[in-house]
Design a binder for this molecule. Structure first.
Ligand code: GLY
Length: 375
């Protein structure tokens, strides 16, 4: 409880970048107050919004990390006020009909419960897990990504969901009820069994037959095409698989380890020569398409989670050298050159909240390897 992120062993550039990051967040906090930054920036500026998107947890998670790193009460106070907003969001069920409940609640209320030890937040966290669990489809055995549960047109899972599973494991741990864990295990099996292609690239989403529950076909939502490999999707696997191994307590057997190494190699082999991925891995050196720094930030956390520390540190250095906002005048974001949804023209070559969050998480992981991320 209340543990600090210790900087004693941190490489100097990591501690200096974290100092800077916390200064940016302190300034941002004055702008957003009890409201929240938008999912992505426009011309480097985040809009002031309500707690009504899938991304609000990243902001609160950053405030918690800033608190643990600096010990400044202002960060803790704001993070606690945000938790009240997350509780109200649950009470009123505001934009919660999707699978991203872990992104929202692990990083806000889950982190807050761990740091404050206040049992009230445990109850809120379990209620959030119930919302996620309600999306579980017995026919097929997966958590439906979007839409009304059971809707035949939306009968699919999505690779991003790997980051939402820790909330279910946590709920089983806190309640003693195995149902959350069992559904998470079945969902994980279905993600890995269907979404990874033969060449170890990944589909973004995968449909099941609503009548029989049989796996049907892969499709994209944010990638270039159904058969291409969306960079952030691959990065969600690079991080999500070792996270699942640790948090489920199951580890990785030989077969899964080989699969993981291959999934990671696909990501690595499709980076451009400067080490930064394009937003879809179909694009290679010489392309005029945008990069997605947020994919590299998530992958860096994956490398660190898996224990490939040197490679994680290298990725983090690439992010700092090519995308840190350190040379910007008065930045609001932490990381430049993210892409939210290229085909919709949304958040292209801009900071976004998850890029900022995973950049900071990777910095914290390197700064203090004993620090426990909030998943
Ligand atoms: N989870 C949605 C995204 O990565 O953009």
């Amino acid at each position: 409880m209340d543990q600090r992120i210790d900087r004693a062993e941190a490489p100097q550039w990591v501690a200096e970048e974290l100092d800077r990051v916390c200064t940016v967040l302190e300034k941002d906090m004055k702008k957003f107050g009890d409201r929240f930054p938008s999912a992505c920036a426009e011309n480097g500026r985040y809009e002031v919004t309500e707690n009504d998107d899938w991304t609000n947890g990243f902001w609160t998670g950053m405030l918690w990390m800033a608190y643990q790193y600096t010990g400044k009460e202002a960060f803790r106070r704001q993070a606690c006020r945000n938790m009240e907003s997350f509780e109200q969001r649950l009470d009123e069920h505001v934009v919660l009909d999707h699978h991203d409940i872990g992104f929202l609640y692990s990083l806000s209320v889950g982190a807050g419960y761990r740091i404050t030890g206040d049992g009230h937040w445990k109850e809120v966290l379990i209620r959030a897990a119930d919302v996620l669990l309600a999306r579980y489809q017995e026919k097929g055995g997966f958590i439906q990504a979007w839409g009304k549960p059971g809707d035949p047109g939306e009968y699919r899972l999505i690779i991003d969901s790997l980051l939402n599973l820790p909330l279910l494991y946590r709920a089983s741990e806190l309640t003693g009820d195995p149902v959350y864990r069992e559904c998470a295990q079945q969902h994980y099996k279905n993600v890995i069994g269907n979404i990874v292609r033969e060449d170890y690239s990944t589909y973004h989403t995968f449909y099941f037959d609503p009548e029989t529950g049989k796996p049907d076909h892969g499709a994209t939502r944010q990638g270039f095409s159904d058969q291409s490999c969306w960079a952030r999707g691959q990065a969600w696997a690079v991080l999500g698989m070792p996270l699942h191994a640790r948090i489920s307590g199951e580890g990785m057997d030989e077969e899964e380890r080989t699969l993981y190494e291959n999934v990671t190699a696909y990501f690595e082999d499709h980076l451009s020569s400067d080490g930064m991925p394009y937003w879809d891995l179909i694009f290679t050196d010489g392309s005029d398409q945008s990069r997605d720094s947020s994919a590299l930030a998530a992958a860096a956390c994956g490398m660190l989670e898996y224990g490939k520390k040197a490679r994680g540190l290298e990725m983090l250095r690439t992010l700092k050298d090519l995308a840190s906002t350190e040379h910007e005048a008065d930045p609001e974001g932490l990381l430049l050159h993210g892409v939210y949804a290229y085909m919709e023209g949304k958040g292209v070559d801009e900071p976004d909240l998850w890029g900022d969050y995973f950049y900071m998480e990777a910095l914290c992981r390197v700064c203090d390897p004993k620090w426990q991320p909030y998943w």
